[in-house]
Write a protein of this length. Structure first.
Length: 304
């Protein structure tokens, strides 16, 4: 999948046809839709996003219109994206291997240029005060089970680029095991690293409760604080992954210099979430693209 330049939005920022139409007018080279689940989700309730000094915490809960709306609207979304010279990537998030397979099939048959399997969302809770759903990225066994189901989904996964979105690993052993698992599946063309860091917390101004409401204030850490973590993940994964598997970097990008650092670490493209959510399409993608192009003559040492 060839891109005009390496800059795109991250999953969680565009959910429907209206969002795709807005992004089609942006300078981004690709549009990432989703994450989409089988059942429509309204997302978590209350205050779900907080921006602090150099970080963000969110627990959106993956609000999205579900698989039936995806099947209905995706051909039109693809048409809109392609008319603006952009690729359309569909991020999907099942709650079982079978759901991931079903969502992947709909995305491919609907004409998506790439499917992103979201194995890292930390913000799904079952019931009020309930238990947190397991994050697939942290279990190489569940990772393999889900990839096997997607491989046999009955759609053209061998010809449609597929990326796997991972959580940040603090245990290098699990990171290596997960990379070895991905290497075994020929249809995996890329990894997206990384999702937010799970279960971060920030106080409200009065120190009475969390800055966000779901799960007692726990949410995924994003923003600038994630940049060193994401760069470390890219460097480690590049050492473990087959060369055929490319890397899409995400986490804390706010400047052209940040983009260049991600590319120097081994990323082939980058995604933007917090910066986009806080500044909008033109002020984020437009300014970042200009800054990146101004720096393109600089030489960065690739970490090996």
């Amino acid at each position: 999948m060839k891109l005009e330049h390496p800059l795109m939005n991250a999953a969680g920022t565009v959910k429907d046809l209206a969002g795709v139409e807005r992004m089609a007018r942006s300078p981004a080279s690709a549009i990432v839709l989703g994450s989409i689940t089988v059942k429509a989700r309204g997302g978590n309730s209350g205050e779900v996003y907080h921006s602090g000094d150099g970080y963000s915490i969110n627990s959106l809960g993956m609000p999205n219109p579900g698989i039936e709306r995806l099947e209905r609207d995706l051909p039109r979304m693809v048409e809109v994206a392609h008319a603006s010279g952009k690729k359309l990537i569909v991020s999907v998030a099942g709650f079982s291997p079978e759901e991931f397979a079903a969502l992947t099939r709909v995305a491919i048959l609907g004409g998506a240029d790439m499917v992103e399997l979201n194995f890292g969302c930390p913000n799904i809770w079952e019931g009020e005060g309930g238990t947190q759903k397991r994050i697939i990225a942290f279990s190489p066994r569940e990772l393999a089970r889900t990839l096997a189901a997607v491989e046999n989904c009955g759609a053209a996964v061998e010809t449609t680029p597929t990326s796997v979105k991972l959580s940040p690993y603090s245990d290098p052993y699990v990171l290596g095991m997960s990379a070895e698992t991905l290497n075994r599946y020929a249809f995996v063309n890329a990894v997206t690293v990384c999702n937010t860091f799970p279960n971060a917390f920030a106080w409200d101004d009065d120190l009475l409760k969390g800055a966000i409401d779901p799960a007692g204030g726990l949410g995924g850490l994003g923003g600038a604080a994630m940049k060193p973590i994401a760069l470390g993940q890219i460097i480690q994964l590049r050492q473990h992954l087959d060369k055929r598997i490319q890397i899409i970097g995400a986490g804390g990008i706010r400047s052209g210099r940040d983009i260049q650092e991600f590319l120097a670490a081994g990323a082939n493209a980058v995604q933007i979430a917090t910066h986009f959510m806080e500044r909008g399409e033109e002020r984020s993608f437009g300014s970042l693209l200009v800054q990146m192009l101004e720096l393109e003559d600089l030489t960065f040492r690739t970490v090996s």
